[in-house]
Write a protein that binds this ligand. Structure first.
Ligand SMILES: NC(=O)c1ccc[n+]([C@@H]2O[C@H](COP(=O)([O-])OP(=O)(O)OC[C@H]3O[C@@H](n4cnc5c(N)ncnc54)[C@H](O)[C@@H]3O)[C@@H](O)[C@H]2O)c1
Ligand SMILES: [Zn+2]
Length: 343
């Protein structure tokens, strides 16, 4: 097991990579605990939960809204949860985002922790203290910045994950390597087959690396005023693709990463061989590179999303593999790139 600390503005979060859900009680400080989970995770793992009051939501993004939070607030009230209690979210990003938000707002804040059960939530959603819910199609539009006391990343729980979800999470793992760690990129490339076969040691190594990269960036800029923007690599275009196609997040991010790589090549920041290296890796993992939709319509979505920032966006480019950088790019420049493949 490896412990990675994230020092937030208000509190410290300890990410325990390789710890087991069976040791959850070691981290709950003798407090009365209340578990929030989803019905899939409950069905698979309830027998390993401590025997405490548990609330299971319907699985999926459709539950990440204010109606569900109201149901959970009522359950907390009925269960006499108070500020001395501890709320533990056991699940993927949906459960973690929702639990963090509920715990941060119920009685102005109750301590909370996570057992993170998907690859995406282990490397991304449970690190960094962003919690929240969706409203009217706007993702994470209502939320808080607040760190969990602890996050258990039980790698063995990834074995029951649907391969589609695992591959989706791999897009974020590759993203972290592209941002800050060329060695990690090479490691994934060399060990791709073993990783896809869920080799536990290799997965633990990858999750630790990802968590460390994200933790370091979050510590430098918890509220995303500057350097944290680098974590949006592949996401500016990826989000627009996700919205337009309804494709799952990691798959859309993969397309966004390729878009950013192509743009970086045109900008002279990335060598074409490096872009091809990335394309090879994504393909090998089973992630998509493109989609058969109209890029201009995706661009219109991107423009709408970014309206507030006038005619510029903070776009994340790659200065080679393992070194991402944020640049202010004119929307016109992106439009020209889509039209002509040049600047
Ligand atoms: N807070 C952040 O910084 C942050 C960052 C990235 C993503 N997110 C959020 O994370 C969410 C997506 O997270 P996700 O991909 O984990 O989705 P999810 O929580 O919906 O989990 C995906 C599916 O896997 C199931 N599942 C979970 N753990 C399992 C296990 N061990 N075995 C078998 N099945 C399991 C779930 O029931 C669900 O059906 C989105 O809402 C996104 O906004 C938040
Ligand atoms: Zn993402």
């Amino acid at each position: 097991m490896e412990v990675v600390e994230v020092k937030g503005e208000k509190s410290l979060s300890r990410i325990l990579v390789g710890e087991s859900i069976d040791n959850l009680r070691n981290y709950t400080l003798g407090k009365r605990i209340f578990i929030v989970t989803d019905k899939n995770v409950e069905r698979l793992y309830k027998h390993r939960f401590p025997n405490v009051p548990t609330y299971a939501i319907e699985p999926g993004e459709g539950s990440k809204n204010l109606l569900t939070t109201i149901d959970i607030y009522r359950w907390l009230l009925e269960s006499n949860v108070d500020r001395s209690s501890l709320i533990v979210g056991i699940g993927g990003g949906v459960v973690c985002d929702l639990t963090g938000f509920v715990a941060s707002t119920y009685m102005r804040g109750v301590d909370f922790g996570f057992v993170s059960t998907t690859l995406l939530s282990q490397v991304d959603a449970s690190v960094g203290g962003k919690n929240g819910v969706d409203l009217d199609g706007y993702k994470n539009i209502i939320g808080t910045f607040n760190q969990p006391k602890f996050v258990i990343c039980d790698i063995s729980m990834l074995k029951t994950l649907h391969p589609f979800e695992f591959i989706s999470g791999m897009a974020e793992v590759v993203k972290h390597a592209l941002i800050a760690d060329k060695d990690k990129f090479d490691f994934i490339k060399i060990n791709k087959d073993a990783i896809l076969n869920l080799n536990i040691e290799m997965l633990e190594y990858l999750v630790v690396k990802s968590v460390k990269i994200k933790a370091r960036i979050v510590e430098a800029d918890e509220r995303e005023q500057g350097v944290r923007r680098v974590l949006n690599l592949g996401h500016t275009w990826g989000h627009a693709v996700e919205k337009y196609t309804g494709m799952s997040h990691g798959y859309a991010v993969s397309i966004g990463l390729v878009f950013s790589a192509n743009f970086s090549v045109i900008k002279g920041l990335m060598k074409p061989e490096e872009r091809d290296n990335l394309v090879d890796l994504l393909t090998g993992i089973g992630l998509p590179l493109s989609y058969n939709k109209n890029e201009h319509e995706v661009f219109e979505i991107l423009k709408k999303d970014k309206k507030k920032e006038n005619d510029f966006i903070h776009f994340v480019l790659m200065n080679g593999i393992g070194n991402a950088q944020v640049e202010k790019i004119g929307l016109k420049e992106i439009e020209k790139f889509i039209q002509n493949g040049t600047l």
